[in-house]
Design a protein. Structure first.
Length: 380
C-alpha cells in the first residue's frame, strides 16, 4: 500500500492544474496522480481548433507523464484503473496498487453523450474527448471529403469551423432552431450560421439523425424529417455529461455532476471534486476559466487555508475564426431577455434581468474587442 497526502484521480487540465497550484504553495507533501491513459499533458480546448494549426495528437501533447512527474515533483501512475474508493478507510483500490490518502480529489472530467441512433453504422460515430480520440479522428479524416457533425452547439460549431480550414465539406445536424441556441440570442446565432454557410457549411436544423448505415463507400444518414445524407465521417458533438461513475460507486452525493460545497468538498470528508465532473453549489461549469479558479482555491484549501471558490464574470472565446464570438451566457433559469444592437462591425447583445441589470452578453465580429468593457460592466 502506498501512502500519500493528496491523491488526484485524473491528469486532464483539472488534475494537472491543481497539482501545479498545490506545488506553488507546498513543495514537500507527497502527491500522486492516477490516470487511466498515458498521462500526456495537453490543452483539451485545443482539440476543436487543431486542424487549423496543423496539429496532430502527438504535437498537441506538451509533455509526457515522465516530464510532468519531474516538473511537478509528483508521482504519476499511468494506465491505472480505479476499481473502488473506500471513503471510510481513505483507500483507493486500483489495478496497480492500493493507495492511502489524506485528501482525495476527483478530477475525472466528462464523458460524451451517446445518442440512441439506429443502424449498423452507428457504432462508427466518432467523438473527440481526448488525445486518443483526436488521433482516431485525424486518421479517419485523411481519406474523408465530407464530415457530418451531430450537434450545432459550441463544440459542433468549433469543429465545423476547423474542418473548413482543412478543406472538408461539412454538414451540421441538430434539433436546434439556430446554432448555439442555448448560449446565444437568435440574432447572433443566425449571423454565425450565415457566416459559416458562406464558407461552405450545410445545415439541417430542427431535426435529428435517426439512423446511420454503412454503404460500400461511406455512411448514409437518415434524418427524422426524411432527408438522407451521405458522409465519409460522422462526428458526434452533442455534448458531455460529467463522469460520476466513481462517485456513485463510492456513495457520494451526485446530481448532474459530483455535488460539492463552495470549498469543492463532496459529501464525504476529505474528498473533493474539480473541473467538468463537479457540480459546485448546483452549478456545473464546463469551461477553462472556472476550472482554473477552482484549482487555485482548492490548492489553498488542501494546504490548510480553507478557501471558497469564487467565480468572477468569465467570458468564453468561441473558436469560430470565420465569425469571432465572445459569450458570457446568463446563469441557467435566470429570468430576463436578450437585447441586441447590430452594427456593421458586429453585434452587441446584452442579457438583462427583470431589473434591467446586465447579467450576460454575446459579442460578435469586431465587437469582441469590447470584451473587457462588458466584463467590467458586469463586475461593477
Amino acid at each position: 500500500m502506498c501512502d500519500y497526502d493528496v491523491v488526484i484521480i485524473g491528469t486532464g487540465l483539472a488534475g494537472y492544474s491543481l497539482a501545479r497550484e498545490f506545488r506553488r504553495l507546498d513543495k514537500h507533501s507527497r502527491i500522486v496522480l492516477l490516470t487511466a491513459d498515458d498521462g500526456r499533458s495537453y490543452s483539451k480546448p485545443m482539440l476543436s481548433s487543431a486542424l487549423k494549426q496543423g496539429k496532430t495528437a502527438d504535437t498537441l501533447a506538451m509533455a509526457n507523464a515522465e516530464k510532468m512527474q519531474e516538473t511537478l515533483s509528483t508521482s504519476i501512475i499511468t494506465n491505472c484503473t480505479v476499481e473502488k474508493i473506500d471513503t471510510e478507510a481513505k483507500q483507493i483500490f486500483t489495478n496497480k496498487d492500493t493507495y492511502q490518502y489524506k485528501n482525495l480529489v476527483l478530477a475525472v472530467g466528462a464523458q460524451p453523450i451517446r445518442l440512441p441512433i439506429q443502424g449498423e453504422g452507428a457504432k462508427d460515430i466518432l467523438s473527440v474527448n481526448n488525445l486518443t480520440d483526436y488521433a482516431v479522428f485525424r486518421r479517419h479524416l485523411s481519406s474523408a471529403k465530407h464530415v457530418a457533425i451531430l450537434g450545432p452547439g459550441l463544440i459542433g460549431c468549433e469543429f465545423a469551423n476547423d474542418l473548413l480550414h482543412a478543406d472538408k465539406q461539412v454538414t451540421v445536424i441538430g434539433p436546434d432552431h439556430y446554432p448555439l441556441s442555448t448560449l446565444l440570442p437568435e440574432t447572433v446565432g443566425t449571423a454565425l450560421q450565415a457566416a459559416l454557410t458562406a464558407k461552405g457549411v450545410t445545415w439541417h436544423l430542427n431535426t435529428v439523425v435517426e439512423s446511420v448505415d454503412k454503404t460500400p463507400k461511406n455512411y448514409k444518414l437518415v434524418l427524422k424529417n426524411g432527408v438522407c445524407i451521405e458522409a465519409d465521417v460522422v462526428l458526434s458533438a452533442v455534448g458531455l455529461r460529467p463522469d460520476i461513475r466513481l462517485a456513485e460507486a463510492a456513495n457520494l452525493t451526485t446530481n448532474r455532476g459530483i455535488m460539492t460545497d463552495k470549498f469543492l468538498q463532496t459529501s464525504a470528508k476529505s474528498v473533493y471534486a474539480l473541473g467538468d465532473c463537479a457540480e459546485v453549489e448546483g452549478k456545473n461549469l464546463p469551461f477553462v476559466a472556472p476550472l482554473m479558479q477552482g484549482a487555485k482555491a482548492l490548492a489553498k484549501t488542501l494546504t490548510g487555508d480553507a478557501t471558497a471558490v469564487d467565480y468572477p464574470p468569465m467570458p468564453v472565446v468561441v473558436k469560430t475564426s470565420f465569425y469571432p464570438l465572445v459569450i458570457l451566457p446568463p446563469a441557467p433559469f435566470l429570468v430576463g431577455q436578450w437585447v441586441s444592437d447590430s452594427h456593421a462591425e458586429g453585434i452587441y447583445a446584452r442579457y438583462e434581468n427583470e431589473e434591467g441589470q446586465l447579467v450576460g452578453f454575446a459579442l460578435s465580429g469586431a465587437a469582441t474587442a469590447d470584451k473587457q468593457k462588458y466584463v467590467k460592466l458586469m463586475s461593477d
